[in-house]
Design a protein. Structure first.
Length: 120
């Protein structure tokens, strides 16, 4: 099991944009995407070439939100990593289970109260 980068967990809410940028760069898969994360060794399944490791899943969101605080730090990313930061990563699609059909039993016999298409 892969854990989050310790720089991310140790800093907590006091993490800087520079540290976020460094973490993102260390965990960036490259172009073309590698099948294991260079930062943590997370192994991607099948032909997954667009997903993130657990660390970059967290860091991408934080870095996008806070990049205006220190644009110089974010500008240090390679052009490929900067372009990758901007892309929207697809979330895994989970099959929706059909909703269970509720059992609706009548409390009493409603047959005499039902309208039918017959004559009166």
């Amino acid at each position: 099991m892969t854990t989050l980068d310790t720089r991310l967990t140790a800093s907590g809410l006091a993490i800087t944009v520079s540290t976020l940028m460094e973490i993102f760069a260390d965990h960036f898969r490259g172009e073309p995407a590698k099948m294991t994360c260079p930062g943590c060794g997370y192994r991607f399944h099948g032909n997954n070439t667009s997903g993130d490791c657990p660390t970059n899943t967290v860091v991408r969101h934080l870095l996008r939100q806070r990049e205006s605080e220190n644009r110089k730090a974010v500008a240090k990313l390679s052009p490929a990593a900067f372009k990758n930061l901007r892309k929207v990563t697809p979330q895994p699609v989970r099959a929706n289970k059909p909703a269970p059909v509720p059992v609706t039993g009548d409390l009493f016999d409603v047959t005499p109260y039902r309208r039918t298409g017959g004559t009166r």
